[in-house]
Structure formats: C-alpha cells, structure tokens
Design a protein. Sequence first.
Length: 131
Amino acid sequence: AIEYYNNGYYPKAYKWTKRNIDNHCAVSEDLIINAMSAQALNNNEQSNQRCIELLNLAEKDSPGNINIYKSKALVYMRLGDKSNAKLLLIKYADMIEQYIDRHKEFISKSEYEYLMGQKSWVGETMLRFSL
C-alpha cells in the first residue's frame, strides 16, 4: 500500500489498507496510509473526521510514529482548527528533533537533510497559516 501511496495511486492505497481495516488486521501503518490516501481523495467534513479517527487509533497503537502528528495537523488545518494544528505541528517538530538526537550517529546525510527540511516546513506552514 505504501508503494501505491508514494507513487500517487491513492485509490489503490486506500483500497488495500481499507481491506485490512475491514478485516480487523490493520496495523498503525495501514491506518496512517488509509487516512493520508483519503486526504488525497476527499476534502469534506465527514472524510476529514474519519481521518482523525483513524489517526487517533494509529496513535494509540504506535504513539512514537512521527507521521501521525503531521497527518493529523494537516487534517485539523482542513477543518479550520488552528489550535490543534499548531499543537500537532509543534509535537511533530519536537519528535523530529528527538529522533535526530537519539540517532545522530546513524543518520545519513540525506536523511538528516530530509528531517531538517521537515522542520523548516513546520515553521513555514505555521507562518503561512498564522498558527
């Protein structure tokens, strides 16, 4: 499913992860990919609320997964909930910093640059949306 998502095949990623969810064998990554695929396919109140539900379930299962917080922040921005979006973006940036600190000896240059780019994205997003 992640390959489908990463290659822009959101309907297929959604379908594969939904199958796991419906069969009660989904792991947190399935929930996250399903929510991100749904975000790419729909932007309405019902879909956004469902994404929050899925991401909350994923967070309970895997609270250390950094991707949950960025995804939730984006959904809350869509819903116009700036305060929750801001809190989640701050948590996302903090988790990136913690990850770098814990793994600094093992992080490749490209991974470090990606993570720093994500931190910059957080700052730019908060400015752009007045968070």
